[in-house]
Ligand binder design. Structure first.
Ligand code: PLP
Length: 387
């Protein structure tokens, strides 16, 4: 059985990674609800993003909060990723334990306990921390001093998402407070266009992609004009990455969701159904009336996520594969209520597969993913570092 997983990550003892013989059991025998990942599609997505980065001569640093999986991070590294971007220190520790050597924490460090963990991490990996305040700069110096190892720092730039980051022209002020100490060095600037998930069509997505790149390029220009160095100029989100990667001056891309894609990416026109590697398998438990079907999956597996921006981009709670006419209207914790045409041929016991609205929140709800190849369950992929 060929798993195409890099050697580095196979020698890591991941206690509950299990590989199965192709003939052991099929997707239709998996207990539902369960999360399924089509390994062929996953690998295609990984390779396509690596090829995009190579074509535009930019580094690729995938955001791994999407999958929280050292196995999938291993695939991304083997395809050419320069390291990983993580959302939590737990993810950073799990990736380091699996042999990933270059880790960037996307959000500013806070709290004594977390800083101690980061100092330990800095001894084992090339660590980059992201900051947008003088307070965070001071913490980075403390972390570096405690670790006695090199720590890189990036300044976060707000490209219009209204979340983290300074205005592009403000970064010089923070950078000036910052001085390269014996263990700290300034790497550059980064941003993430989270506002893209508030778009409703591809023209808006393209505008956001240009804003995203424009903000970090502006910040880099300001830093260089002030005599400061700025090597990394990073952007990243799955919807904007194809445009961002092609813009002169961008050095690194940081998409996350692309490994799976989901109903939000479908609605934005960023991915097609055959590019969605992650599905939730469910079974029909009841059809109390002809126009209603009830499945054994609810918010505890599908999540109630409908996108962060409340822009009605998605309809209901996921896309039922092969049944565009089915509408997942409501979720309770363990059940989904679907409105279906009364003449549709679905009975209790039938199985359906759902592309969830937001794949990243779904993986966080399970402890492992079922990796399938041509409908055979080939391996269990552990999901680590959950809250
Ligand atoms: C800072 C940062 N960078 C990159 C990403 C990846 O974005 P996406 O999942 O849209 O590819 C995220 C996702 O939320 C993020 O928060």
């Amino acid at each position: 059985m060929q798993l195409n997983i890099g050697k580095l990550y196979l020698i890591v003892p991941i206690a509950d990674t299990a590989e199965f013989d192709d003939s052991t059991f099929t997707i239709d025998e998996v207990e539902t609800p369960s999360v399924i990942v089509d390994l062929d599609v996953l690998e295609r997505n990984v390779r396509a993003m690596a090829a995009l980065a190579e074509r535009h001569r930019v580094k690729l640093r995938p955001m791994v909060k999407t999958h929280k999986s050292p196995v999938i991070a291993g695939l991304q590294s083997d395809a050419g990723a320069c390291g990983v971007l993580v959302a939590t220190i737990g993810e950073a520790e799990a990736m380091a334990a699996a042999g990933i050597e270059d880790v960037c924490l996307a959000y500013p460090p806070v709290g004594v306990g977390k800083c101690e963990r980061l100092a330990r991490l800095a001894r084992n990996v090339r660590l980059t921390l992201s900051v947008d305040s003088s307070e965070a700069v001071r913490l980075v110096h403390k972390i570096a001093a405690a670790s006695r190892c090199e720590v890189a720092v990036e300044l976060l730039v707000d490209c219009g998402s209204g979340r983290l980051g300074s205005h592009p022209r403000e970064v010089v002020r923070i950078a000036r407070e910052f001085h390269d100490g014996p263990h700290v060095w300034f790497a550059g600037v980064a941003t993430h266009a989270g506002q893209v998930y508030g778009c409703t069509d591809s023209a808006q997505v393209a505008d956001v992609a240009r804003e995203e790149a424009g903000a970090v390029l502006d910040a880099a220009d300001c830093l260089r004009a002030a005599g400061l160095r700025c090597n990394t100029v990073a952007v990243g989100s799955t919807p904007t990455v194809a445009i961002g990667a092609a813009i002169e001056g961008i050095t690194e891309i940081r998409p996350g969701n692309y490994v799976f894609n989901d109903a939000i990416q479908l609605a934005l026109g960023v991915a097609r159904q055959e590019q969605c590697s992650l599905r939730v398998a469910a079974t029909v438990v009841s059809r109390p009336v002809p126009e209603r079907v009830v499945l054994d999956v609810g918010s505890k597996t599908l999540s109630s996520d409908r996108g962060a921006h409340g822009n009605n981009l998605v309809r209901g709670f996921g896309v039922v594969i092969g049944h565009p006419e089915f509408h997942i209207e409501r979720l309770s914790e363990e059940l989904a209520v679907l409105a279906v045409p009364s003449d549709s041929v679905v009975v209790p016991g039938d199985r359906l597969e759902i592309i969830p609205n937001h794949a990243c929140t779904v993986t966080n709800l399970v402890s492992s993913l079922n990796g399938v190849r041509r409908r055979n369950v080939a391996m269990k992929i552990p999901v680590v570092a959950k809250h």
